[in-house]
Design a protein around this ligand. Structure first.
Ligand SMILES: [Zn+2]
Length: 171
């Protein structure tokens, strides 16, 4: 499994989820079989499976036991298109971030000292520069927000940076 795929999967399913994935990576299995093998609760296994399914990383086949009449769901991991899906999600995230950066670059925003809500100039004018909590609205310097957003953008664009951070933190 590629590092980028692993990182992404970890982000969406967490540590327990990674156990589900490694079990499924060996062979297809039902939720009960996975729970037994990993020692995780069936509820947690199912939650992970649905997340994987939502991302098109897993699929299932439903079969009915003729004797009991119960249905069994046999799950199969499908990571063939994972890089493609991750790249697409990455592009979407980059686009959203770039839009937010452009918004803060183009629009002054106003906030009260509690920071309950962010107003554009038009919004702040409408409420006569008063927040919903009655506190006055002040111009909010976007430089810190922009710095955070740009940092996030860099991290998404070049995931390698994250590993360097990791090494730096350990030293
Ligand atoms: Zn407020």
């Amino acid at each position: 499994m590629e590092d980028e795929v692993k990182d992404f999967l970890y982000k969406i399913v967490g540590e327990d989820g990674m156990e589900v994935i490694s079990t499924l990576n060996e062979r297809s299995a039902s939720d009960l079989e996975i729970a037994e093998k990993t020692g995780l609760k069936v509820k947690i296994v199912r939650k992970v499976l649905y997340i994987l399914y939502d991302h098109h990383f897993a699929s299932y086949v439903r079969t009915r036991d003729k004797d009991t009449g119960w249905y069994t769901y046999t799950w199969t991991l499908n990571l063939d298109r994972s890089m493609e899906i991750i790249e697409r999600k990455k592009k979407e995230a980059i686009k959203r971030l770039e839009e937010r950066i452009k918004f803060y670059e183009d629009n002054p925003t106003y906030e009260c000292k509690r920071g309950c809500y962010e107003f554009t100039f038009e919004g702040a004018s409408e409420t006569k520069f008063k927040c919903i909590c009655e506190e006055p609205l002040n111009y909010s310097d976007p430089s810190e927000k922009l710095e955070d957003l740009n940092l996030l953008l860099q991290k998404i664009k070049s995931p390698g940076v994250k590993n360097e951070d990791h090494i730096r933190n350990q030293q």
